[in-house]
Design a protein around this ligand. Structure first.
Ligand SMILES: Nc1ncnc2c1ncn2[C@@H]1O[C@H](COP(=O)(O)OP(=O)(O)O)[C@@H](O)[C@H]1O
Ligand SMILES: [Mg+2]
Length: 436
């Protein structure tokens, strides 16, 4: 079209730019504004979604109702929703005003072309046929512009912020590493390992150096917040050290893919999951490569103290453990035992229990840890706890204090040393007097 107009009269080609440039510019501005809006609105959206769940989700609503917090959360919810709508309204208003301005320019351009064409026709520079052809085509051009640029590209421009965020996520550095089978059972060595949580000023683990011998049962003890869970995540390779290295039989864990790292590791964490599935699947999910075997389930249930003949499990291993899917819900202690059974079920060379026993009384905890020591015979095992009653069975004990390894030794050695372990033990002694 531009070529044709240029041939008719060079100035006419310029007017085509007048049609398209303002529209394209509008879309560019729209993209910018909405990308910025997405950055601003994402945290607010997370906020109102969170307040909503505080009011209505099954996890929260009982406590929220009981505390009389419903109106409180509803106000917070309304405020953040209003803030979000305000942000959206401002962005839309801004882009629409800009669009209006640009449209005026475009319409002027349209009339400019018409005037010039008419003028050229009157001066007999172009034929009536050419006038009709161009007049018609310009109408079509406007139609295409409306359809393609304003409708389609406009929609994309609006969502480009979200798309950009998604692309940014995909471009984030991914932890690489080689897929390699770790042969045999290996010593795990931490060499001057420190770890900072993003944005934290203080390291959660500082300068930890020790070796976990293959087949050893290790206990990690220390007060809440002393860095026990963090050091476990470093040992398993879930986190990479900020300084220092963790090696499995001499291989730096940072050079291995997660798949290879985790292939022989089983862990039960403090914050374990409650899968909304059947009891059998809830346990068997830790070894999904193989079909669930009933004998294995029996075995791990006995060890974790879970009674499948309990009245809660009306259909045995086929009992659905979820209120959402017409099943039953369990007590905290029962869920913990399921999580522990799941950890035991997984085929492993290294097994870790990171205080999954909070809802189980200290006495029963000791029993489970004894079972654990039995399961862990010939395997590397790590018990994390702030209760010292069950750590005597460990070959060695690591005592954490303020992120640092304060002491390493056997129970006998540590109890007779004036230090953190003896202090903690003394403080908890009365819990276990009966046991002793
Ligand atoms: N996800 C996290 N982000 C920031 N800081 C954290 C996070 N998890 C733990 N911390 C901090 O790291 C320190 C050690 O925590 P943690 O390893 O969980 O201790 P423990 O398991 O001994 O109770 C604490 O000061 C805690 O506040
Ligand atoms: Mg912890």
């Amino acid at each position: 079209m531009g070529w044709y107009l240029f041939h008719l009269k060079p100035i006419l080609a310029l007017t085509i730019l007048l049609v398209f440039l303002p529209t394209a510019a509008t879309q560019l501005i729209r993209t910018k504004v909405f990308t910025k809006l997405e950055d601003k609105s994402a945290p607010v959206r997370r906020e109102y979604e969170y307040y909503e769940s505080c009011m209505v989700s099954r996890e929260y609503f009982k406590e929220t109702r009981l505390l009389g917090g419903f109106t409180y959360f509803k106000n917070l919810f309304t405020d953040s929703l209003r803030l979000l709508q305000n942000l959206k309204f401002k962005a839309t208003m801004k882009t629409n005003l800009i669009e209006l301005g640009m449209r005026i320019v475009t319409v002027c351009g349209y009339f400019c072309i018409l005037y010039m064409l008419f003028d050229a026709l009157m001066k007999k520079e172009i034929t009536v046929g050419a006038f009709a052809a161009v007049f018609n085509s310009i109408g079509m051009l406007y139609g295409i512009m409306e359809e393609v640029i304003c409708r389609h590209i406009g929609e994309i421009a609006k969502n480009l912020g979200t798309i950009q965020n998604y692309l940014n996520l995909l471009e984030m550095p991914e932890r690489g590493g080689e897929d390699r089978e770790l042969h045999g059972k290996l010593d795990i060595t931490l060499d001057h390992v420190s770890f900072f949580y993003p944005g934290a000023e203080k390291e959660a683990v500082k300068d930890a150096t020790f070796t976990i011998n293959n087949g050893e049962t290790l206990a990690v003890v220390g007060e809440n917040g002393s860095g026990k869970s963090t050091i476990i995540r470093l040992i398993t390779g879930l986190y990479s050290p900020s300084k220092g290295s963790v090696t499995y039989g001499g291989t730096d864990t940072s050079t291995l893919s997660m798949k290879s790292l985790f292939s022989k590791t089983s862990a039960v964490f403090q914050k374990y999951q409650k899968y909304q599935m059947k009891l059998a699947d809830n346990i068997g999910i830790s070894d999904v490569a193989f079909p669930v075997k009933e004998e294995s389930l029996d075995d791990v249930c006995t060890k974790s103290g879970l009674d499948k003949n309990d009245s809660s499990f009306s259909e045995g291993y086929n009992t659905m453990l979820s209120r959402e899917f017409d099943g039953v819900d369990l007590s905290g202690g029962q869920w913990q035992r399921i999580a522990i059974a799941r950890g035991f079920y997984r085929n492993h060379d290294l097994i870790i229990l990171d205080e999954p026993t909070a809802a189980i009384d200290p006495y029963e905890e000791t029993r489970i840890y004894n079972e654990f020591a039995e399961i862990a015979r010939n395997k590397t095992a790590i018990i994390v706890t702030h209760r010292l009653g069950s750590v005597k069975l460990a070959d060695r004990i690591i005592v954490m204090k303020d992120g640092a390894v304060a002491q390493i030794g056997t129970h006998e050695e540590l109890i007779h040393t004036d230090g953190e372990y003896a202090r903690l033990y003394k403080a908890q002694e009365q819990w276990y007097r009966e046991d002793d």
